[in-house]
Design a protein around this ligand. Structure first.
Ligand SMILES: C[S@@+](CC[C@H](N)C(=O)[O-])C[C@H]1O[C@@H](n2cnc3c(N)ncnc32)[C@H](O)[C@@H]1O
Length: 348
């Protein structure tokens, strides 16, 4: 059987010349979870439009379509049929996995924002590389949360999600935005602010947490209620804010060694902008709060630190860095000072 995928129109804009390479790498990793074997993944042109083409030894199952529908670049999927001498593309129904409308992560625009399609890809890769699957109640941590792209993308995917961010302003803006969103969309919710660490108000670290659901019925049950929270704190203390083995996945975009805007925390000198220094400082705490079989996916600026060095830090702390071919195919230029790559590390 032959299938083609039409890439999301925004995909080329995010990755410029590398869009095809990244799409193929994500599909290769996802294909290891399919019930069919998936071969000859390539880019092809049909009627002057570029598609990603692949072959399978059997028809894609419902579960296969659920996995493929979550590919970050997937816009539409077709079965390729031959009718006499003509190539026909037969549309296949995408699986609708979204709990919230994906517009939530596109509404905010600011310097230093991680692209939402790229963030979706990181979350997807983390889950595909872990011992968990979509049927579980997945809980994600972004330990360098910024203004929340990972939080919103994870919420779109129906996952519970928490962030840690050192900049009070970013935490405040994320909280205000999410509250407004829930109100605008008329989603049932409550929000609470509580201290998660520290002995008094002056040294206290606080979490702002939302519990929400799409309907009154879902809101009544602890099983169907969704959670999103953000801690204004330092990620090296993640284990003080969260329980051991609390998270299935940790996903984030490390600082790029570039200052974006004026911030409060910068004045205190608390921020480390070098990704490897930050990682070394935080990784013991991240290790503790991640479940066994869980995965960390971090994006970083590879102009600043080599893959080898970053992988070395993960290995030193007992993680296994995944290095099968496809995992080494995600490097791409963002602008002239940022070459972005991702590292995928598993707690085995
Ligand atoms: C590249 S930005 C993340 C952007 C985010 N993904 C978004 O789309 O808004 C990295 C973030 O890490 C935060 N950060 C740096 N050091 C930190 C630390 N020790 N603990 C928590 N956050 C930290 C920075 O303030 C910055 O907001």
């Amino acid at each position: 059987m032959k299938y083609t995928i039409l890439q999301h129109p925004g995909h080329n804009r995010v990755y410029y010349n590398s869009a095809d390479k990244l799409a193929m790498a994500e599909l290769k990793i996802a294909s290891t979870h399919l019930s069919v074997s998936c071969n000859n993944i390539e880019i092809t042109e049909i009627g002057n439009v570029r598609y990603l083409l692949f072959e399978t030894d059997n028809v894609l199952s419902e579960n296969d379509l659920q996995i493929l529908s979550r590919l970050s670049f997937l816009f539409a999927i077709f079965r390729v049929d031959k009718l006499k001498d003509e190539t026909c593309l037969v549309p296949i129904k995408k699986h609708n996995y979204q709990y919230l409308d994906s517009k939530i992560s596109t509404l905010l625009k600011y310097h230093g924002k991680t692209n939402e399609i790229f963030t979706r890809m990181m979350i997807n890769l983390a889950l595909l590389s872990s011992d968990f699957d979509y049927s579980e109640n997945i809980k994600i941590l972004d330990p360098v949360a910024g203004k929340g792209t990972t939080l919103f993308e994870a919420a779109v995917s129906n996952f519970d999600v928490y962030g840690i961010e050192i900049e009070p302003k970013a935490v405040h803006e994320t909280t205000i935005f999410f509250k407004k969103y829930l109100e605008m969309e008329r989603l049932k919710h409550i929000s609470t602010k509580r201290q998660v660490y520290g002995t008094n108000k002056s040294n206290g670290v606080f979490i702002q947490e939302f519990e929400y659901a799409r309907s009154k019925e879902e809101f009544k049950s602890q099983d169907s209620i969704k959670r999103l929270g953000i801690v204004n704190g330092n990620s090296k203390e993640a284990d003080k804010y969260f329980k051991n083995e609390d998270f299935h996945l940790i996903v984030g975009d490390l600082p790029y060694g570039i200052v974006h805007g004026n911030t409060g925390a910068k004045k205190t000198g608390a921020i480390i902008r070098n990704p490897s220094e930050l990682l070394s400082e935080c990784i013991p705490a991240w290790y503790k709060v991640l479940k066994k079989g869980g995965v960390i996916v971090m994006a970083w600026n590879s102009f600043l630190v080599s893959r080898q060095k970053l992988a070395g830090i993960f290995n030193e702390y007992g993680f296994e860095v995944l290095d099968q071919t496809a995992y080494n195919e995600f490097e791409h230029m963002v602008d002239k000072s940022i070459k972005r790559d991702i590292v995928v590390a598993k707690k085995v």
